[in-house]
Design a protein. Structure first.
Length: 429
């Protein structure tokens, strides 16, 4: 969310940013919020004046009564009553205007970084760099659920009966592999100096609206019926929410945290052939990383975060590439975002396995996460988040890139300690 002062002083910059995000329908909101802001400030000024007059006249009443000037005292009381009535009117009107301003401000997109490429949607995202040589083996690679079934590692039919589409049972070695990847990712990030955390898996609505846009909230979040609670779509929501309405000492920054959680998502919309199986699901698990830092440090951390994901995947011999999200593909709170995509030998293309985002001070402004500097000055922190790894989708890339012609799957050396020393998974069917 933008600072209202910035919007007031730079409406043309805000409008140009809206155009870059191809959200022209929001352009009139800039002028509307400026007018509402003028009205709100005029009301505040009048109310402050009335309160001052009221206090001054109230003091005069006693003096007039002491002099025996009853007529003057009655006139003063009448003026106080008039001021009180007008003040009550203004005090009733101000919250309504403030709420309207807040709603508009929460829909106006954050100012994107100048380096972000301008484009309408994800078809115009830009490839930054490839890491590792994509390999296509001399044999046909089955669909990922077929690989899992031969390993006796998945049961989608039972999951549909129990929970419906978009759920799964992982079994045996495949389930163990899933947990091994998460454990390895946890230790990988701890070795990078991040503090490990397991957060609440439900959050209140004021945290939800603090960490994401309304469009994202509607498309993603499951609400607990009858309670002010939502299931988290990613642990970032809960982790950033931990610092709601706090004053952080500058000396304690940066805060670098890595967190495990299950994630729950509606995943609205039609799903194509390549999004069957465990590609796009309602429940999955993820290792996440977040950073809370000083504004001048956020871009350096942004580049560190996505590089950690690349490094993790390369230690498991999975070719990846980085994609910069164009302006039209950025969620409204984001300043800049990279996707990490893994190579799929079966599809002969890359697909998303992680996303790294710099949100500037947008989340901090909504959640009131402030920093107290050494000089006593207070300012808003910057927040960032990035996927370390998110199985079971990551399993698709893992299985395809480590599959042998006989249906067995090689276990990279870094994962073997988490798999009881196993070097290979072998078909059971």
């Amino acid at each position: 969310m933008l600072d209202i002062k910035f919007l007031r002083e730079n409406p043309d910059i805000v409008k140009e940013n809206i155009k870059k995000k191809f959200q022209d329908r929001k352009l009139p909101l800039v002028d509307e919020v400026i007018e509402l802001d003028k009205e709100a400030r005029a009301i505040q000024a009048e109310a402050d004046t009335l309160r001052g007059e009221k206090n001054s006249i109230s003091k005069q009443i006693g003096a007039l009564m002491a002099k025996g000037d009853k007529e003057g005292a009655e006139e003063a009381k009448k003026k106080v009553a008039e001021n009180s009535a007008r003040l009550a009117e203004l005090e009733a009107k101000k919250p309504e205007i403030d709420e309207r301003i807040k709603k508009i401000m929460m829909t106006i997109p954050n100012i994107i970084d100048p380096s972000v490429p301008v484009g309408k949607d994800d078809s115009e995202n830009v490839e930054i760099q490839k890491y590792g040589e994509p390999v296509t083996p001399p044999f046909e690679i089955p669909y990922h659920t077929d690989i899992m079934e031969k390993l006796a590692g998945i049961d989608l039919d039972a999951a549909r009966k129990v929970a419906g589409n978009g759920f799964y049972y992982l079994i045996g070695d495949v389930a163990r592999l899933h947990s091994a990847i998460l454990s390895y990712a946890r230790d990988f990030m701890i070795n990078k100096g991040f503090t490990y955390c397991i957060p609440p898996f439900m959050i209140r609505s004021n945290v939800v609206t603090g960490v994401m846009s309304f469009d994202e909230m509607d498309a993603m979040m499951y609400k607990i019926e009858g309670e002010d609670l939502y299931l988290i779509g990613t642990s970032e929501h809960s982790m950033i929410g931990r610092f709601i309405d706090t004053m952080v000492d500058e000396e304690s920054l940066p805060l670098t945290l890595t967190s495990y959680s299950p994630c729950f998502r509606k995943e609205k919309g039609a799903h194509g052939l390549e999004e069957r199986g465990v590609y796009r699901i309602h429940q999955f698990e993820k290792q996440e990383m977040i950073v809370i830092c000083k504004p001048e440090e956020s871009m350096d951390f942004f580049n560190k975060l996505w590089s950690y994901t690349v490094e993790l995947f390369r230690t498991m011999d999975i070719p990846v590439r980085t994609i910069e999200c164009c302006s039209g593909d950025l969620a409204d709170l984001k300043v800049k975002s990279f996707d990490v995509e893994a190579w799929s030998p079966r599809q002969q293309k890359y697909f998303e396995v992680g996303s790294c985002s710099n949100l500037g001070d947008a989340q901090a402004r909504r959640l009131k996460i402030r920093v107290k500097g050494k000089d006593g000055n207070k300012y808003l922190a910057h927040t960032l988040n990035n996927t370390v790894v998110a199985p079971p989708r990551m399993l698709i890339a893992f299985l395809e890139n480590n599959l042998n012609e006989d249906g067995s799957v090689n276990i990279p050396e870094v994962l073997r300690p988490y798999m009881g020393g196993l070097e290979k998974l072998t078909p059971k069917k």
